[in-house]
Design a protein around this ligand. Structure first.
Ligand SMILES: *Cc1c(COP(=O)(O)O)cnc(C)c1O
Length: 468
């Protein structure tokens, strides 16, 4: 695409007096907006014809990368394909034109969507009741912790203010606990990446009567199944605390195991990760919260109406189009795909924890550290080959983290293509390291200086016209 011809900003294409659309003349002169309420100067808006606007935005959209363009192995984010039928369902005018204040008898279909989705989530998780109100995973965590806090308060257990969070947890876990007014106690991981039962036993013996809950992500942020859950669950319940399950990425569990059966009391699910819905750029999302029987009366009002209803429609469409039998394949396939990539690449990329993973795993950069090629360089070089980069420099447990999640949706051919490119980059790192270090070469914008961008952010755009 020729950026010069089409311009970087719509403002650069503006020509004074150019129109895309003409409104009919005002035939109701006496109804002019009162002078006092009118602006003094014209708004500074771009003036363009329709064709220019269409080309500008169409070309801009072609610079975007999404899961419809190519493989998107962003670990911990589950960027899975969103089948088109989900979009069709969410776009049905009967859903799209709903108003939350419509009379109850006219929204029976929407109510059925919510009820059926909640019932499906109960079935898939082994919990008793769900609320669809939370707008995101982090919002779900906050909601779930509010339930836990109210539960303890209802029993007069006011001193239970400590939440145990593993050091490998997603950053939103401690943040949600803090927002909820609870104190965070960190529990360490063992060298094999799981919660240290020894460290936990120490913590519990010190804090017995103050523990409100333990938050666990399973599979954890390293993509590993927390094998110690039965012991942990007993330890926490014995001292009066509740178990919270971060089910943001529940896909590896679908068809394999249910949090409710493992003894968890409260959980959230990211519908936008586990049950499709594109969520690039931070939205839209939904983080329904489920609880075991007896806790549903503690659900707080965290949003008006029923949360992000369109995300709920997509999730239900995903669940129903897979059906009771096929949904059991989601977990095994997500797990198989991740392990296949891991095994095919672990001779050239450093695998710090060499074990069977669930839906994702973490490399610690290239195996050959002598080339000076970093995880950042590998990620940038992947863009040249038409792949979205994996999650990099997270989790913080390793220096060169490269976290890969293929999801259950990808074909073997796509995965083999990715493996071949990852091996090619490892080869280039040896034979032509400069090529990798200066990547990307084929994208509209090359390597940006992130230090400069962080230290001297330029948040306004100087128009070319004014510079000339
Ligand atoms: C994504 C994620 C979250 C946060 O979800 P948001 O919808 O981004 O707020 C929480 N925990 C884990 C493990 C996650 O992967």
């Amino acid at each position: 695409m020729n950026n010069r011809l089409y311009g970087n900003l719509i403002f650069e294409l503006s020509q004074e007096g150019r129109r895309g659309y003409s409104l009919p003349k005002n035939r109701y002169g006496q109804y002019e907006i009162p002078a006092a309420m009118r602006r003094n100067n014209d708004a500074e808006l771009p003036e363009c014809d329709e064709m220019t606007v269409t080309r500008h935005y169409t070309n801009l959209s072609a610079n975007n990368f999404g899961v419809d363009n190519g493989f998107y192995p962003l670990g911990s984010c589950t960027m899975k394909y969103n089948p088109k039928i989900n979009e069709e369902m969410a776009a049905l005018p009967q859903f799209q034109n709903l108003h939350p204040l419509q009379p109850q008898e006219t929204v029976k279909g929407a109510e059925a969507v919510c009820t059926l989705l909640c019932r499906s989530l109960c079935e898939l998780t082994g919990l008793h009741a769900f609320t669809l109100k939370p707008f995101a995973g982090a919002h779900g965590e906050l909601t779930g912790l509010m339930v836990i806090k109210k539960y303890h308060e209802s029993r007069g257990d006011m001193q239970r203010t400590k939440v145990i969070v593993p050091d490998s947890a997603h950053g939103t876990n401690p943040a949600s606990a803090a927002v909820c007014g609870l104190d965070i106690v960190e529990v360490k991981s063992t060298p094999d990446g799981l919660v240290s039962l020894e460290d936990l036993e120490n913590l519990v013996s010190q804090e017995r009567d103050n523990i409100a809950a333990m938050m666990m992500t399973n599979p954890n942020t390293l993509g590993l199944f927390e094998k110690q859950i039965p012991g942990i669950e007993k330890l926490i319940h014995d001292c009066g605390g509740l178990m919270y399950y971060d089910g943001a990425n529940l896909n590896p569990m679908l068809g394999a195991a249910r949090p409710g059966d493992m003894g968890f009391d409260v959980m959230h699910i990211n519908l936008h990760k586990t049950f499709s819905t594109p969520h690039g750029g931070g939205g839209p999302g939904a983080g329904p919260v489920g609880v075991r029987k007896g806790l549903e009366s503690f659900f707080p009002e965290v949003s008006p109406y029923h949360g992000n209803f369109a995300v709920a429609i997509r999730a239900l469409a995903y669940i129903l189009s897979l059906g009771r039998e096929n949904i059991k394949m989601v977990g095994p396939l997500a797990t198989l795909n991740a392990n296949y990539i891991k095994e095919c690449l672990k001779d050239v990329y450093e695998l710090p924890i060499d074990t069977v993973c669930k839906h994702e795993f973490v490399f610690d950069g290239l195996k050959d550290k002598s080339t000076g090629v970093t995880t950042m360089d590998v990620a940038k070089r992947l863009l040249d080959y038409g792949y979205h980069a994996p999650t990099i420099y997270f989790p913080l447990l390793f220096h060169e983290s490269l976290m890969i999640e293929p999801t259950e949706n990808e074909s073997k051919e796509t995965i083999d293509g990715f493996i071949a490119v990852m091996r090619q980059i490892a080869e280039e790192a040896k034979t032509d390291p400069e090529l990798v270090k200066s990547a990307p070469h084929n994208t509209p914008i090359g390597r940006v200086d992130d230090v400069l961008a962080a230290k001297h952010p330029v948040t306004t755009y100087k128009q070319l016209k004014n510079e000339q």
